[in-house]
Design a protein around this ligand. Sequence first.
Ligand code: FE2
Length: 354
Amino acid sequence: MPDSIFRGLPSKAYTDKSFWAKENKNVFSKNWVFVGFAHELKNVGDVLPINVADQPVLLIKESKDKINAFHNVCSHRCLKLVEKEKNVGQIISCPYHAWSYDLKGNLVSSPHFGGTNNHEPKNFLRKNNGLKSVRMKIWHDWIFINLNKKALPFEKYASSLMKHLRDINLEKIVPVATLDFGEINTNWKFLIENYIEPYHVQFVHKKTTSQPLKDHYTIVDGRCYGSGVDLKEESTAADSLAVSSKYLSLFPNFIIGTYYPGQIGVHLNIPIKPGITRQKRIIYTTEDMQLKKKEIEKLRNLWWDVHKEDHEICERLQLGRLSSAAKNGGLLSPHWEKSVRAFQKIVIKSLNKS
Ligand SMILES: [Fe+2]
């Protein structure tokens, strides 16, 4: 086999529980992980429980401009504090012994902890026993968590991605539609790998897109990789993908697509189990692009169909990994799947750091 043709990751990278545990420890605990959309925490008191590296984390809307992130456990007996997305008003109360926290994570009530009517016994200070904070960065509408607190500052970590988005005014993005796909029966890496290679577009999306393969190029730039397509003749219809685009990902799980002239899409891919990933896409307009309700509906339907085409493929990639013939991984195109190779190399490098 020529040197430039590489094998993909072995099957166990997509199916094996111990590989999954290693990923949680090294990939999802040590990097900036994309976890949610700031605009979805609308009102003060909104709380959103999430899982990062299989750990319960809680996002809290403290004020109009502030979201906080904490480990989602009560300081008393470490019960998982919030189970479901809701509005808590001003106080988060543990159902077990009614220990309560304000929206800044301060412990404000620990009833009868030292005996009847003794709420703050000797050697115990409420102010030292608030919720444990988690390192968080909100970049435009996108919430990132770094559990081990040791990743590079986000601006440095994401600098290569930011460079490729320079042409777009991200200050002006407006979310116009949400596509919640729920759980897909595939490993999170298949969704990323599928997104960042242009090779499949002409075959899988022949009904939904008209971006010829020859006009595509791959992008590999540190933690950022993906593909782009520059078209000379572009469609202006809202339900057409015949426009110049960039399909980018930031390690490990952030995905952003830009569609000239005024549309971007961001996917949230939440790993649930080795073979299950939850996915959501938000469609944004930017550069003051005005779309009518009907156009947004068309756009939503178009993207729904594109994602469904990809999901079918990614679920079959997962099923293929049950075959003993897939044990050592498949083959990667030396030209079109350079981006996939780059992503897989970072996954392996992260695991070997432990
Ligand atoms: Fe695709």
